[in-house]
Design a protein. Sequence first.
Length: 204
Amino acid sequence: MRASRRGDPRQHVFTTGQIAQLTHTSARTVSNWIDRGELVGFRVPGTRCRPRRVTRAALVAFLKRHNLPAGNLEEGTFFQSLLVGTEDQLRQRLAKLLREADGFRRRSAAEVFSAGLLVERYRPDAVVADVALGRGEALLIARILAALPPPRPVCLVVAAEDETAPHELRAAGCDEVFTRPFDVKQLTDRLRCYRAAGCWRHRR
């Protein structure tokens, strides 16, 4: 048995047929894994004759247990944030408060072009844009995210202390605005809320 490195990191439930394609086996083999309790699966109520389903977390755990690469599948088990134009101090604080061990991953971009490439490649769950890179650039990022087809990342903007028109940021597509000075824990608490409640998935 060998596992493919392919897999949509945004998909949260898989059928036995899809798992068979990912692991280069047959749907019957996958069903046998479930019957033996090696892979945790479930049936959707009222669909007894249809293939059983397996959550992403159960599939990733199964692959790891058998020393098989999870590839892109593992990405979907983390709440991923993209930090755009954020200052070093803010990045360091976020790194301390949002640890990978707690289910968070972060990537950084210095400007809009790089941010666009990372959004296209990784489709993060949240984008934190700092107006330190320029207010116009922060507005542009908000508009780019708002124009994306679902799933769309949550957009949070860190505004300057003299920000006089936060409504413009919201109108551009920003979900939340944090005006300096602010406690970084307020920002991380909001990200934790999105992750814990699965809020970001409702945008998908």
